[in-house]
Ligand binder design. Structure first.
Ligand SMILES: *Cc1c(COP(=O)(O)O)cnc(C)c1O
Length: 391
């Protein structure tokens, strides 16, 4: 019988290699594994993607995490990386060749766009399609498009895309699809079950969950992960250490509990924001009326990363409001236990924001685990204290 997500997260990830049946998988803090004979060594080296030879290849602790993530995403196999960007860059270096074109659907993670921009010097081109584009998704496909890269929702303004439509279109043109599923985690969205070929995660966010570890993961078919292992992974060297893998495994133990708490706190924070006259718009799948059918169809739950727009935007007002927050700390990441606030609004970048489709009053909240009453009180205080400026 198929295990539930909770069972996968709590399981010991056991294997014959855990002789004492330790409930927490042992941390194999070793750079290499020795072999009884040179013949065995030579044989294992050929199969380094599935045998333990050197920890820039496989490591038993990392492997426990990989098995859990593959099971949670209902994928064939998983490979873990030293960061989310390590996972994204290694996957692209495995798939892309000079002359190729990548189509981005939806707003995607900024550094991923910076990387594809950098790859233009390797003769790789790209197009970004968002809801605001003049052209249709399909019109953005070129003869040399080999990869469709997407996020659902985008992690700044939380737009939703129709994954099944994107997958159908990609299949028709024999294009590989890849999705960053960091926002929802494998608990709240399972892209592979909707036909997406490759899922990528930043483990740094909800999955790690404690803001004390960086990591990334790619989940796909066994065949693709094998190819990824020998090219983008092993040779580019973005490795997750055994110690860090054990910390991410610990994060998985509480992931189901934490996600429900992030979800309910965010729902209360959103209800509060809806009462504030200073707020022009709120971005979160739960308030997306246009896409509500898609939201119901695609998600099993909704996480605690959201954004809203101050009616009276601009850098000064955004800074004033953010500076009045106490519980929401100022910082760039999200998905940890702590509530965080940030904004893409920077001094004098109105034009860039407009170009990206972001409002000049945009503020992003990562709603943590301190409790909705405390979070709301903090926001309320900031609204009250900036009342004089922010209408
Ligand atoms: C943080 C993040 C990444 C990159 O992950 P790192 O672990 O910081 O390299 C990728 N995608 C999304 C949506 C993210 O928020």
């Amino acid at each position: 019988m198929e295990l539930t997500d909770e069972e996968i997260c709590m399981g010991d990830g056991d294997n014959e290699g855990n002789p004492y049946h330790a409930v927490a998988p042992p941390i194999y803090q070793t750079s290499l594994f020795t072999k009884p004979t040179f013949e065995a060594f030579a044989e294992d080296q050929v199969h380094e993607n599935e045998r333990h030879v050197y920890s820039r290849g496989t490591n038993p602790t990392v492997e426990v995490l990989e098995q859990k993530l593959a099971a949670l995403e209902r994928g064939g196999a998983c490979k873990c990386f030293g960061s989310g960007m390590g996972a994204i860059s290694s996957t692209w270096m495995t798939i892309l060749r000079p002359g190729d074109h990548v189509l981005f659907l939806n707003h995607t993670y900024g550094p991923a766009l910076q990387l594809i921009e950098h790859l233009s010097s390797f003769d790789i081109a790209y197009t970004v399609w968002t809801k605001d584009s003049d052209r249709s998704m399909e019109d953005c496909i070129q003869r040399n498009t080999v990869l469709i890269y997407m996020e659902n929702p985008g992690t700044m303004t939380m737009e939703i895309i129709d994954i099944e439509q994107a997958v159908a279109m990609a299949r028709e043109h024999s294009i590989t699809t890849m999705m960053d599923n960091t926002w929802a985690t494998p608990l709240f969205q399972k892209p592979l079950t909707m036909g997406v070929d490759i899922v990528v995660h930043s483990l740094t966010k909800y999955i790690g969950g404690h803001s004390d570890v960086l990591g990334g993961a790619v989940i796909a078919s066994r065949a693709f992960i094998k190819k990824l292992f020998f090219h983008g992974y092993q040779l580019f060297g973005s490795v997750l250490s055994a110690m860090e893998a054990s910390m991410v495994i610990r994060g998985l133990r509480t992931l189901p509990l934490r996600m429900r708490n992030h979800e309910s706190n965010a729902a209360e924070v959103i209800s509060f924001l809806q009462t504030r006259p200073e707020v022009k718009a709120i971005h979160h799948p739960s308030v997306n009326k246009e896409a509500s059918a898609l939201v119901d169809q695609q998600f099993y739950g909704l996480s605690g990363l959201l954004s809203f727009e101050l009616k009276d935007g601009g850098f000064e007002n955004v800074a004033r409001f953010i500076n009045e927050l106490r519980l929401f700390r100022i910082g760039t990441s999200w998905g940890g236990f702590e509530s965080l606030v940030t904004s893409p609004v920077k001094p004098g970048n109105e034009e860039t924001l407009r170009h990206q489709g972001f409002d000049t009053g945009l503020i992003r909240l990562s709603v943590g685990l301190e409790g909705a009453p405390q979070q709301i009180k903090d926001l309320e205080g900031a609204f009250e204290r900036t009342r004089h400026y922010v209408q």
